[in-house]
Design a protein around this ligand. Structure first.
Ligand SMILES: [Zn+2]
Ligand SMILES: [Zn+2]
Length: 193
């Protein structure tokens, strides 16, 4: 009888099939909790909730030529956001977590750095995207150009890193100087413990 394969029935069949093999993106984002801790102006960490590898990164299995390969979840997220993946072997560049949270897959919390910078962890900066609203420090010096440094600070070894900007005229005589901090690459300061 005609009508056996009507639109509703076909839709139902397709829905059933999609539920069995969801597209990669659906399968990926289903494992992500987008309500992680908020990291400054960059918004919340998107935390990977499935398996992780021995380096603490999220693990995501993708079938390539019939074989399942395990990929770093944050790299998959970077690619899904339409950005080009760095290649360590080809150009010595790697993805770095600005938020220092290996399980985070929020592409806005990632940046491309040289492998050397990522390994030393001495030079971690907030990205250019963090533009706090202030254009001057408390004492009226410009928070721009050579007088501006972008740094990460935390109040103690167990609290989260937070991006902030400092005035280099006031630094290090301002109240921040006792806190542990890291400056961005090529900055005038080195990490202090
Ligand atoms: Zn994050
Ligand atoms: Zn100042």
């Amino acid at each position: 009888m005609r009508g056996t394969y009507d639109a509703a029935r076909i839709a139902k069949m397709l829905a059933g099939r999609l539920a069995v093999i969801p597209p990669l993106e659906v399968r990926f984002w289903a494992k992500v909790n987008k309500n992680g801790p908020v990291f400054g102006d960059l918004g919340p960490c998107w935390l990977w909730t499935a398996a992780k590898n021995n380096k603490g990164y999220g693990n995501f299995g993708k079938v390539v030529n019939g074989k399942t390969v395990m990929l770093c979840a944050h790299r998959v997220a970077w690619e899904l956001s339409g950005r080009e993946l760095p290649n360590k072997r080809r150009d010595g560049l790697v993805l770095d977590h600005i938020c220092r949270t290996p399980l985070c897959v929020n592409p806005d919390h990632l940046r491309v750095v040289t492998q050397a910078a990522n390994c030393t962890v001495l030079a971690i900066g907030a990205p250019a995207g963090i533009n706090a609203l202030k254009t001057e420090c408390k004492r009226g010096h410009p928070l721009s150009g050579e007088n501006l440094a972008r740094i990460l600070v935390r109040n103690g070894p167990k609290t989260a890193w937070r991006p902030t900007r400092v005035c280099l005229t006031c630094w290090p005589s301002n109240a921040n100087h006792k806190r542990r901090f890291y400056l961005m690459e090529d900055g005038p300061f080195r990490a202090t413990a």
